[in-house]
Design a protein. Structure first.
Length: 132
């Protein structure tokens, strides 16, 4: 999801917002409408940053177990902050997520303007720019 698309969706929804409108009180999924597996997207972001891709993984059950252990240790030892791995994070990283944006398209005409490829090209350019 490119930030320009998210901002545009907010503005489009706000333009339709009034008491009793079809937009009032509703939640909407906003995405690029380009389903892409999580780790493909992560590796494309890393590539835009000139960072090597993720090539190794562990089984989801092992990640879930590590998350459970980390949660227990953080709770037992009253460690500050969040554990580096949780059961929730393990589950989310092991699951594909696809979001239906048809309600946003229907209710306020949402359609992404910036594709994933264009967003990644912009990211790459912004990371190559010297600091101001």
């Amino acid at each position: 999801m490119y930030v320009d698309n998210a901002a545009r969706a907010h503005l489009q929804a706000a333009d339709q917002l009034s008491p009793g409108s079809s937009v009032a009180g509703n939640c909407y999924f906003i995405s690029n409408n380009e389903p892409l597996p999580l780790w493909d997207m992560v590796n494309r972001i890393l590539d835009a940053a000139s960072v090597p891709p993720v090539t190794r993984s562990i089984p989801p059950k092992l990640a879930f177990t590590i998350g459970c252990i980390c949660e227990g240790l953080w709770r037992l030892l009253r460690l500050p902050g969040e554990p580096p791995m949780t059961r929730f994070v393990a589950h989310e990283l092991a699951s594909a997520h696809w979001f239906d944006t048809s309600a946003a398209r229907r209710d306020f005409g949402y359609a992404p303007e910036i594709s994933i490829d264009e967003g990644l090209q912009r990211l790459r350019r912004s990371l190559q720019m010297p600091p101001a």
